[in-house]
Design a binder for this molecule. Structure first.
Ligand SMILES: *[C@@H]1O[C@H](CO)[C@@H](O)[C@H](O)[C@H]1NC(C)=O
Ligand SMILES: *[C@@H]1O[C@H](CO)[C@@H](O)[C@H](O)[C@H]1NC(C)=O
Ligand SMILES: *[C@@H]1O[C@H](CO)[C@@H](O)[C@H](O)[C@H]1NC(C)=O
Length: 407
């Protein structure tokens, strides 16, 4: 009882306070000029009209605000709104019947259990990323960068350097980061919150509700191709790459414009070409692929996964082929398999380096900007190296003439 007493006195205080607010009277005073001018009936009509107008205005604003536009026009937002649990994909228990299944490393077992799962709900989507004015004749280059949810620093640097959204030599560059989820429980929630915050600010994150892992990179690739087909079918060219590459997107644009096919309607797939790559059958290797996943002892030609460029035509062809080709864990190899099935071949570009920093001479600084000015893409860079190099190659006083002669 004693504890209820202060509560009661508090409540009665609140009620007294409420009694002191005399809302109706305030309103009456405010509209009294209407009464005087038009009489009571007229005044009520006007008030009703005002209320209806205000409601209409609010409704119109809601409909035309960009995020609501997306909700109304996009059929996929229904899928987004569903709780992730309801769309989770069942484990394939028949996988255990595969000969020697329990001798496979656990990660391969896990892959085989979920190999058939291709649909995952989107946690973050960007339905308007590729909405460009129709008939404005713009050529358009989309950078799709695979990034682990935790790699905040990498994304922050890329936004300030080669992946910055901009016009480049008459070509519009736009960027999306491709992410899954990491962690469980509070950690997963915390990281999802980070991505959401980033997306609110930069509008450049696509996130699906699957677990990030090396073995799920192909899944990420396929989900992106699916997204591309649904939400960005108009872009002409694409760069698919990792968040630790140094991509000279200026040189890429020049290269693409030089190809003559300016609208992406012809076949193009270039990168660091690998022709005679074989599946690794040693089960202690990170790249171990058992026969049950890939029976052939030779991979189809493919471009190393750090980064490759392709046209809209080729992206579509790969997407269509992927529908009927079972997933295999190595994403760049999988792209090669799809190309083969489509009767297309990948090509090599001398300006794409797969193996990190190449030191041409020990008298030369490995970060010498002149060395990177003409490349298209290099792998395995740290965020600070990317920031430094990007700024160095744009130095006004950079003079590389002498160095080029000595090559
Ligand atoms: C489940 O795995 C078995 C063995 O690999 C396979 O034959 C079957 O097609 C898989 N089922 C699904 C739904 O993918
Ligand atoms: C590799 O395979 C052998 C059987 O072929 C098995 O005994 C061993 O545990 C496997 N190693 C790993 C890391 O899975
Ligand atoms: C891939 O993602 C699915 C869905 O989150 C998960 O069940 C599976 O364990 C992941 N696969 C690997 C090999 O990490």
């Amino acid at each position: 009882m004693s504890s209820l007493l202060p509560l009661y006195t508090h409540l009665s205080g609140v009620i007294k306070h409420l009694e002191n607010i005399r809302c109706p009277q305030v309103i009456m005073e405010k509209v009294s000029w209407i009464y005087r001018m038009r009489g009571r009936r007229r005044a009520l009509d006007i008030i009703t009209l005002l209320i209806i107008n205000t409601m209409c205005l609010v409704l119109i604003l809601k409909i035309f605000a960009p995020e609501h536009c997306e909700k109304i026009t996009s059929p996929k937002s229904v899928r987004e709104a569903q709780p992730p649990e309801s769309t989770s994909c069942e484990q394939n228990m028949s996988a255990t019947k595969i000969e020697g299944f329990f001798d496979f490393p656990l990660i391969i077992q896990d892959f085989l259990y979920y190999r058939h799962c291709r649909q995952f709900p989107m946690l973050l989507n960007l339905p308007n990323k590729c909405n460009i004015p129709k008939g404005s004749g713009e050529t358009f280059f989309l950078l799709a960068i695979k990034s682990s949810p935790k790699n905040y620093e990498r994304r922050a640097v890329l936004r300030k350097t080669w992946a910055a959204e901009r016009w480049q030599n008459g070509m519009r560059i736009r960027t999306v980061f491709l992410t899954g989820t990491t962690g469980v429980g509070f950690e997963k929630k915390r990281i999802n919150k980070l991505l959401k915050l980033e997306n609110n600010k930069y509008k450049d994150i696509l996130q699906w509700d699957f677990t990030e892992s090396f073995y799920n990179l192909t899944l990420k690739q396929i989900l992106f191709l699916d997204w591309m087909q649904n939400w960005c079918p108009t872009a002409d060219f694409f760069l698919n790459g990792d968040d630790d590459v140094f991509a000279n997107t200026e040189n890429m644009v020049d290269f693409l414009k030089g190809k003559g096919d300016i609208d992406g309607s012809r076949h193009l797939y270039i990168g660091h070409l690998l022709l005679d790559s074989e599946p690794i059958r040693d089960n202690s290797s990170k790249y171990f692929i058992p026969e049950v996943i890939e029976a052939s002892n030779l991979y189809d030609p493919y471009c190393s996964g750090g980064g490759y460029l392709f046209s809209r035509f080729t992206g579509r062809a790969i997407y269509q082929m992927s529908q009927s080709i079972p997933l295999m864990p190595i994403d760049d190899v999988y792209m090669g398999m799809c190309l083969k099935q489509a009767g297309l071949t990948p090509s090599d570009h001398q300006g794409v380096w797969a193996d990190g920093l190449i030191i041409p001479s020990d008298k030369m600084d490995i970060y010498d900007p002149c060395h990177y000015k003409d490349i298209i893409l290099g792998h395995k860079f740290l965020p600070h190296q990317i920031f430094l190099l990007w700024n160095e190659i744009h130095r006004k006083d950079l003079n590389c003439a002498k160095k080029e002669l000595s090559h």
